[in-house]
Design a protein around this ligand. Structure first.
Ligand code: ZN
Length: 285
């Protein structure tokens, strides 16, 4: 079911801790996010530093927030077999953390070219091999894995998965049929430009594989490839249209705000950022 707007539906919305700049110890953002009326949070592994998971879980419980996603994987493609094994081991640990935090999914940003490699197909083969290993571990811990394809401008250094189509091909290869443990996160910043976006959202929904919807906006001009994402409504993405497509395809999970903005939003007070997120979600998305 697709909602026409998100007005009065902040309970369905999530704040990824990245838009708040990771400046405060995790218990404070949790309190601020809950007080602003949001229903979910998506924390990062770095938020856990200096805390035990049971402490964080208690803070989560106190806040009343649900964890829609836990961010994120260590990059899989590696220059040596030993480094590959280390990356897989670290991701297994992260999956266990996600289980302990009762996260609805673990986000996988798979990595790009390792070392000085120019072999993109080899990197993708490593991703497929590593994912097959992680899938077993995720089953044991009952954690859903969400593959997040990234915009192709990150193919070298962050993700050799660039489109929803590629991510779904991988899901189908590793887990034929429909969703059991492996799905995708649709981040509008990464896939808004894709001429096949609508059909691939439909394909993902038909297999019940949509595990997340991430919102921000594409600014024109964009001044930094990584750290200049816009607040919803400040850019050119058809946010409401894409959200409605994703919901019409069957997704009824959290709508998450994920903005990396070094020179703008990370310089502002957390409460102001949350207020603006709440306003724009309801008005523009
Ligand atoms: Zn994302």
């Amino acid at each position: 079911m697709s909602f026409s707007t998100l007005e009065n539906r902040l309970d369905r919305c999530s704040i990824n801790t990245a838009p708040l700049g990771h400046r405060l110890p995790i218990e404070q953002p949790l309190e601020l996010i809950a007080r602003a009326g949001f229903g979910y949070v998506a924390p990062w592994r770095k938020d856990m530093q200096g805390r035990t998971l049971s402490q964080v879980r208690r803070h989560l419980h106190d806040s009343g927030l649900k964890v829609n996603a836990y961010c994120r994987s260590t990059f899989i493609p590696s220059a040596t077999r030993q480094a590959f094994d280390t990356a897989i081991a670290d991701n297994r640990k992260a999956i266990e953390e996600a289980a302990e935090l009762q996260a609805q999914c673990f986000i996988l940003v798979v990595g790009g070219l390792p070392g000085d490699s120019r072999d993109l197909p080899a990197a993708r083969a490593q991703v497929a091999e590593g994912l097959a290993m992680l899938l077993e571990h995720a089953k044991q811990h009952d954690v859903a894995l969400a593959l997040e394809p990234l915009h192709p401008m990150y193919a070298a250094d962050r993700s050799c998965l660039s489109t929803l189509e590629q991510a779904l091909d991988l899901c189908e290869a590793l887990e034929p049929g429909s969703y059991r443990q492996l799905g995708v996160a649709v981040d509008v910043y990464h896939c808004w430009w894709d001429p096949r976006l609508h059909e691939q959202i439909h394909r993902a929904g038909a297999q019940n594989r949509i595990l997340g919807l991430h919102l921000s906006d594409w600014l024109v001009p964009t001044r930094d490839l990584l750290l200049d994402r816009g607040m919803m409504g400040d850019g050119v993405i058809d946010l409401r249209g894409i959200r409605q497509q994703v919901e019409t395809a069957g997704y009824d999970g959290a709508v998450e705000v994920e903005i990396f903005s070094r020179d703008n939003w990370w310089k502002r007070d957390e409460t102001e950022v949350l207020q603006r997120c709440a306003e724009r979600l309801q008005r523009c998305c």
